[in-house]
Design a protein around this ligand. Structure first.
Ligand code: RI2
Length: 331
């Protein structure tokens, strides 16, 4: 029977339950889980058996949340090196550990670089609006402040899970002037906004952005008000599977995130939908700020070819994720 160490199971539970959340963080947690699984492996030390076991762990980790491609990309990064590695059991474990550490280190560095590049695109006196809680978007806003740009930031609440409160808190802690608004205030506030900065869960080869539900409404309001919208996205948020026409599954989360379980009990039969993400078309995006530079959304396919060579590795894993949740909606 397939077993994972408790620490790995706990990471998987935390990703599913959104204790660990944010596309970059779940990617790093996925890499860390593979590393722990390899280090704690107690089965037969035959290299092929070990590789087979790690393939199962990879599928298990990827099946936790279906939308952010950062997770299968992180897992594919580690697994590619394991698949291609020769040598005995110990060497294979070392390969997994090294690859996971490399991914985590590079990922953190990418967030920092995006902060530096993105901050240059803001000016002192700018009023910025952001949605949800994105570490990459925050990196830009906080770096702007650190580099002497006095900005003001409107943060949406981001119903139903209120991740906007984390953004608000972290901005204030960094000394950035922040103002919390309800999601429904976005269109009226947009008149006072100079730039929008949001994060990304997945970017498809045609330059569409899949991000926290509500992002497309923010983009629509920005477009109408002629406010520029920037996306902060590490390159592992780009979907190699989308090049091959694989759709992105929009995660549907439980109804008790929308209304309290108690209320649901008192009102049986109430129908609720809770899609966690939505799709912003490339036409509403001015630029994507990545660690390799600022690109127009339509250059997503080039980034994918340069970085992944149109690899099928991540595609397979995305498909596993998609098969996992039949109730979801595909983009
Ligand atoms: P970073 C989050 O998803 C939000 O949609 C956020 O914009 C995106 O991940 C990227 O976040 P969730 O995990 O990687 O809260 O920039 O559902 O932190």
């Amino acid at each position: 029977m397939f077993r994972v160490p408790e620490e790995v199971a706990s990471i998987a539970r935390d990703i599913k339950g959104m204790k660990i959340r944010g596309a970059g963080k779940i990617a790093r947690a996925g890499a860390e889980a593979l590393k722990i699984a390899a280090q704690r492996y107690e089965g037969p030390t035959d290299p092929e058996r070990f590789k087979g076991y790690m393939e199962q762990v990879a599928r298990y980790i990827v099946s936790t949340r279906p939308t952010a491609v950062s997770l299968p990309n992180a897992v594919a990064f580690v697994m590619k090196q394991l698949r291609e590695a020769a040598g005995g059991f110990r060497e294979l474990v070392d390969t997994v550990v090294r690859a996971a550490d490399d991914f985590i280190r590079n990922s953190l560095r990418a967030v920092e670089t995006i902060g530096r590049i993105g901050a240059r695109m803001l000016r002192s006196g700018d009023t910025v609006l952001t949605h949800c809680h994105s570490t990459a978007a925050l990196s830009i806003l906080v770096t702007a402040k650190k580099t002497g740009r006095e900005i003001k930031v409107y943060t949406t609440e981001t119903r139903p899970k209120f991740q906007g409160r984390i953004t608000y808190k972290q901005l204030v802690e960094a000394g950035v002037e922040a103002i919390q608004i309800p999601d429904s205030a976005v269109r009226s506030i947009m008149k006072r906004v100079d730039k929008v900065v949001v994060g990304a869960d997945t970017i498809t080869s045609d330059g569409a952005l899949i991000n926290k539900v509500g992002t497309s409404q923010v983009a629509l309001a920005a477009h109408e008000a002629r406010v520029r919208l920037f996306v902060a996205a590490e390159t592992y948020k780009f979907s190699p599977a989308s090049v091959h026409g694989v759709p992105v599954l929009i995660e549907e989360r439980p109804p008790d995130e929308v209304v309290p379980a108690e209320w649901l009990k008192r009102n049986p039969g109430v129908k609720i939908r809770n899609p966690a993400f939505d799709v912003t078309p490339p036409e509403y995006i001015d630029a994507i700020i990545t660690e390799v530079g600022v690109i127009p959304p339509k250059a997503a396919a080039i980034v994918l070819r340069e970085l992944f060579g149109y690899s099928y590795e991540a595609e397979k894993l995305v498909l596993v994720a998609a098969e996992h949740d039949e109730a979801g909606v595909y983009y």
